[in-house]
Ligand binder design. Structure first.
Ligand code: NCD
Length: 306
């Protein structure tokens, strides 16, 4: 099984991943945190764009499942010598990996990789395309905190324009019955957004009645060479930045990280007990173990070739 888009999964398959994640979350509380589930399997993490959470989470998930894990990183890989994606994948395919986890600056890169490998490919973020495993870990955090997701109200706020997280979260959250709205200045909404059939608000009044405020980072590195969509980060932060005073008592705050304290949220809100940011990271490890397991579920009874 490949996981390229959140739309590759049905609601029932997502529920199944929650159940698996519950088991893996329990393992994380033991003193010995390793299980033999994927012993003899090979996982290659190819990260051709910066990453802290996603990369460390996939690496640790593979290791805790006892797989052999290797990590290829952008600046230290032959990609920086001009090697094409096709040649990188064909080279790695010679090792007969079971899973390739890939982050790439271009939309569609993970899907393209599926053409050159027999491994399951997991999209760990493709440019402004999708980030399905972020969506799954966000859903898992929501399930852990709220139990029932049907009817939950979530506002996704900020740089929707360049956010692969916003795309995957919107589609995945709605699949699970969550009521989603997008909030931010018009210049941070992608062209064609009217076809997404989602309520859009251009002021923070839209946060009044939501259960969860999902903040996005201003992803200026993805705007290379283009006119900045906001006059300055200072102004953005003044109008759109969230502080504890702007969050109601029962509301929870989420963010995929990395956070920019003082831009999309204040430092004290990041550290506030209403913030689920580190809860999401914890959910991410268990969920990525579940995803790796599920990618190979069909072949787990086979003995690895001698
Ligand atoms: C996000 C990403 O890389 O798309 N981060 C993540 O995976 N945790 C969001 C971001 O970069 O702002």
């Amino acid at each position: 099984m490949h996981l390229i888009s959140i739309d590759d999964l049905t609601a029932a398959e997502i529920e199944n991943l929650f159940k698996l994640s519950d088991g893996f979350l329990e393992i994380a509380s033991r003193s010995i945190k390793k299980v033999p589930t994927l012993r003899g399997r090979t996982i290659v993490n190819v990260f051709l764009e910066p990453s802290t959470r996603t990369q460390s989470s996939f690496e640790l998930a593979g290791k805790r499942l006892s797989a052999d894990v290797i990590n290829i990183k952008g600046s230290s890989s032959s990609v920086s010598k001009g090697e094409s994606l096709k040649d990188t994948i064909l080279t790695l395919e010679s090792y007969r990996p079971d899973i390739i986890v890939m982050r790439h600056p271009r939309v569609g890169a993970s899907r393209m990789a599926t053409r050159y490998t027999n491994a399951s490919v997991v999209n760990a973020g493709d440019g402004t395309g999708e980030h399905p495993t972020q969506c799954l870990l966000d859903l898992y955090s929501l399930r852990r905190v709220f139990g029932e997701m049907q009817g939950l109200k979530v506002a996704i706020v900020g740089d929707i324009l360049r956010s692969r997280v916003a795309r995957s979260d919107l589609f995945g959250f709605r699949k699970m019955g969550i009521d989603v709205r997008l909030v931010g200045p018009p210049t941070l909404m992608p062209p064609g957004i009217e076809y997404w059939d989602v309520p859009i608000y251009n002021d923070l009044g839209a946060l009044e009645d939501v259960d969860v405020i999902y903040l996005l980072r201003m992803q200026l590195e993805r705007a290379k060479g283009k006119v900045p969509p906001v006059p300055s980060l200072r102004e953005y932060s003044r109008v759109w930045g969230l502080s504890p005073q702007r969050v109601k008592p029962g509301q929870r705050v989420m963010h995929p990280g990395p956070i920019n304290r003082g831009v999309e949220l204040s430092g004290d809100l990041a550290d506030d007990e209403r913030s689920l940011i580190l809860h999401q990271v914890e959910s991410g490890l268990a969920m990525r173990m579940a995803i790796l397991y599920q990618c190979l579920a069909g072949s787990l009874t086979e003995e690895p070739a001698a």
